[in-house]
Write a protein that binds this ligand. Structure first.
Ligand SMILES: [Zn+2]
Length: 279
């Protein structure tokens, strides 16, 4: 933590949240990740601890990763590279290839595929019958992350249609992209509009401590989390032929990436379908 306000907010988050119990760590889980890297950014340390606790894990990537560098390489090339990186990351969490699913929706356009996304997730819930469903936090702001919001919406609807009791575990990613966690991202997202940015930052910043109720201490897992994030090479290292290749460390001058290596992962955990017919 660099600044006074970061320290204050972090303390508030720590005070508002309780550590995952042993049962919560060992519970089976289906992890829903909008892009190749969100699973590790948002819950990598927790997945390592779950693996250690013997949890049965499966992972689904919603989008195909094809879009982010289309000015530099072909979408087809990126899709192939990212899928391979995603599968490598899954392996590091002890997730077998057959439990790692790629739904392959076009990146940045998931919101246009809502019915198909719900159907895909529902099928995976019914196939895997997990105790927990990890999904992007409803606190991830719409402004930065339409695929994240579309994933959240699809996952919530799939959970409802599933009907059996399920523990939802929301994990934040783009939530951290606001002051005081990062400096005001003036230059990164100038087009997004200053007023919306300010009011959203203020609102989310103030309410951080009530958005999450659980944490997992991952100080022992940081090194391994970083190594697994490194498997997503196309997000972490510049392409050798393209010096202007954007990487995660470019976002908010590296401050955004730092937020995922503070020693805790935060979650909003709650039960749904408790009246539902059974497992
Ligand atoms: Zn993402």
């Amino acid at each position: 933590m660099r600044t006074y306000f970061q320290k204050k907010r972090y303390q508030a988050l720590l005070a508002a949240t309780t550590e995952f119990s042993a049962e919560e760590l060992s519970a089976s889980a289906l992890v829903v990740s909008p892009h190749f890297d969100d699973e590790t950014l948002g819950c990598g340390g927790t997945l390592l601890l779950k693996k250690k606790a013997g949890a049965d894990l499966s992972l689904v990537f919603m989008t195909d990763g094809s879009t982010s560098h289309r000015n530099l390489v072909s979408p087809e090339y990126l899709r192939r590279v990212r899928a391979a990186e995603g599968r490598e990351a899954a392996k590091a969490y002890g997730i077998a290839d057959r439990s790692c699913y790629l739904l392959d929706f076009p990146e940045t356009q998931l919101d246009q595929q809502h019915p198909a996304a719900v159907k895909g997730l529902l099928a995976l819930l019914e196939k895997n019958r997990p105790e927990q469903l990890f999904l992007p936090a409803t606190a991830d702001p719409l402004l930065w992350s339409p695929d994240h919001n579309a994933t959240t919406r699809a996952a919530l609807e799939a959970a409802k249609a599933y009907g059996a009791p399920l523990t939802l575990v929301e994990y934040p990613v783009w939530f951290w992209y606001h002051w005081p966690w990062v400096p005001y991202p003036w230059r990164d997202n100038y087009q997004a509009g200053i007023v919306g940015r300010l009011s959203r930052s203020y609102r989310l910043g103030k309410s951080a401590a009530v958005l999450f109720n659980k944490k997992v201490t991952i100080s022992e897992q940081l090194k391994e989390k970083r190594a697994i994030l490194g498997q997503h090479r196309s997000q972490m290292e510049r392409h050798p032929d393209h010096p202007d290749w954007q990487i995660l460390a470019d976002v908010a001058g590296g401050e955004f990436l730092n937020r995922f290596f503070n020693g805790h992962e935060f979650f909003r955990l709650y039960r749904v379908n408790t009246q539902g017919s059974g497992k």
